[in-house]
Design a protein around this ligand. Sequence first.
Ligand SMILES: *Cc1c(COP(=O)(O)O)cnc(C)c1O
Length: 424
Amino acid sequence: MLDKLAIHGGTAVFEGNWPNWPQSTESTRRNLDEVLNSHRWSISGQYRGQASWEERFGQAFAAYTGAGFCVPSSTGSAALSMALEACEVGAHDEVIVPGVSWVASASAVLGINAIPVLTDVEPDTGCLDPAALERAITPRTRAITVVHLGSAVADLDRLVAIAHAHAIPLIEDCAQAHGARYADRHVGRFGSAAAFSMQHSKLLTSGEGGSVITDDARLARRLAHLRADGRTLSAQPPGLDEMALVETAEIMGNNYCLSEFHAAILVAQLEMLDEQLALRRRNAAVLDGLLLSLGFSPQASAAGTTARAHYTYVVRLPQLIVETQGVERFAAALAAEIGLPCKTMYSALNQNRLYQPASRKRFKLGRGYTEEIDPSRFHLPVAQAFSRSCIALPHRMLLANTAAMEHVAAAFAKVAKSSDLRCA
Ligand SMILES: *Cc1c(COP(=O)(O)O)cnc(C)c1O
């Protein structure tokens, strides 16, 4: 029977292949080869007469985003810690963290001994809710982090206004938003600094990697020291075979350096980014239309968004389906129909299995602190409802040809129909 779900042994809606992720080009291989042969595999290796790939990528990504400065880092998590510490956030400071995100948005705050204040999100975007932000600010709030989640941009007009009114630094977590624009400006340009991740799943990737952008030269200098154990690259090229990193020790750091291999990959990947984003945007617009007509709600983005970047394609299921089959079952059935991993959204951070501060001895910094970081003390009704009703499809789906979007919509319709049959 045609209607039998693939997950129950029926025929799948689509059995073809989807594009792979990540993709590489001839330039990726050429750049990697150059690093291999250069005998400089890190910015902490001796200078070989050429700017490091790390500097080249930093300059290219600053130019891409329009930021004054870009300091690459080993991961997006490191980038978040660096951005917070560059803004002088630390022990016992409260930091606003949106209630729906990858766990690193909160664990990076814990990592600098600050207190993640989990704050509710807007129902249609899943991004930080300005009204909830106003309620969460206290005299101890030292930073506001905002996540551009999935394929949405947060309401930057209102969030920036609140941050300014309270004179609190705003840090954008752009790990999922390379290439997204708001009011025609690249995200990450609206606060004091912004963190990006270049981990495997992200829209621009070298497997692992990250970076921080800022327009503030003083922050950029702090960021540079924070990522290289208190050293920074010399302003003038050093002599051949000398160290390019100088022990200025203006601030103590950690080793969060991006390797030359990773930086060289990113230089090549950045050349493809806009074309990939445009293709995803075209396909997402088609799929949005098809799913809307079936009664599903593709994730919305704040009104000021001028270009979306689709990290995950997030869809809210109709309430009836949420109640009858639930998101887990729907996602699993959909995955079987189209042969792609379809996931439920991250659990809200106050009930996320991966966010367990109490499991680490390093956070046992006194009773008061332990209570302040306890995720269960936060009420996030909208975040929880968002997580319980949304599913997320991988962005490589949107790199397929536009005709494939019809298969995706057909699979949604088929799985939804099986839900109707179940409750009939
Ligand atoms: C991926 C991600 C991070 C962490 O980046 P890593 O490179 O994995 O450390 C932080 N925030 C968000 C929103 C992410 O999606």
